[in-house]
Design a protein around this ligand. Structure first.
Ligand SMILES: [Zn+2]
Ligand SMILES: [Zn+2]
Length: 197
């Protein structure tokens, strides 16, 4: 996903927080609060879909790919090994196997390509990473302050986290609100609560 497409998704996530019910990207009816997302591989956008439309789509169907719902806490892979010095990062893989690291910030998200050897070492240390679904799942690393967590999550969780950072960051260091919000996000992940928007 390129940064423009990512920016669109993040803006949509922010507007979703303000609006009541998003229309289904397929049929237009308002979606339930808990709903599935489809990745449109042509433009890189995530579509909210209603239950009826989500069952019509298999996990992969040419243009659309359903965002899985599993969330797995990972061990074995260290942030240092992935070149994450501090803070938050998430990693996505494209259909060709190229891995991109995304660093969220209040200005948006910067990304760069991860060396294949670095990713191969991470997969060797943490075999579930081998199953990371291209485009729709992410490795999320939380090394904020004293945190040390790695998750395999649906990619929309990462966009929601980016929206939280953009929405609550203040000043140069983040201010007082953003850190508790980030912590609350990870607490909800740990509790297995749904973080979907
Ligand atoms: Zn629908
Ligand atoms: Zn949605």
């Amino acid at each position: 996903m390129n940064s423009t497409a990512l920016g669109r998704v993040i803006r949509r996530a922010e507007s979703r927080a303000r609006e009541r019910a998003e229309p289904c990207g397929m049929c237009g009816i308002p979606v339930e609060k808990e709903h599935t997302h489809l990745l449109d591989e042509r433009g890189g956008a995530l579509l909210c879909v209603c239950r009826a439309c989500s069952v019509l789509f298999p996990e992969e169907n040419g243009r659309y790919r359903r965002v899985p719902s599993r969330r797995i806490r990972l061990t074995g892979v260290r942030p240092d090994d992935l070149g994450v010095p501090v803070g938050l990062a998430f990693f996505t893989r494209d259909a060709q196997g190229a891995v991109t690291a995304h660093y969220p910030s209040p200005m948006g998200t910067t990304g760069w390509t991860v060396e294949p050897a670095v990713w191969a070492a991470a997969v060797a240390a943490c075999p579930p990473l081998e199953t990371l679904a291209p485009g729709v799942e992410a490795l999320l690393v939380n090394a904020v302050r004293d945190a040390d967590e790695r998750w395999l999550v649906p990619v929309d969780d990462c966009y929601r986290l980016v929206a939280i950072i953009r929405g609550s960051w203040k000043g140069l260091s983040g201010g007082t609100r953003v850190w508790p919000e980030i912590e609350a996000f990870f607490t909800r992940l740990a509790e297995g609560e749904s973080c979907r928007t």
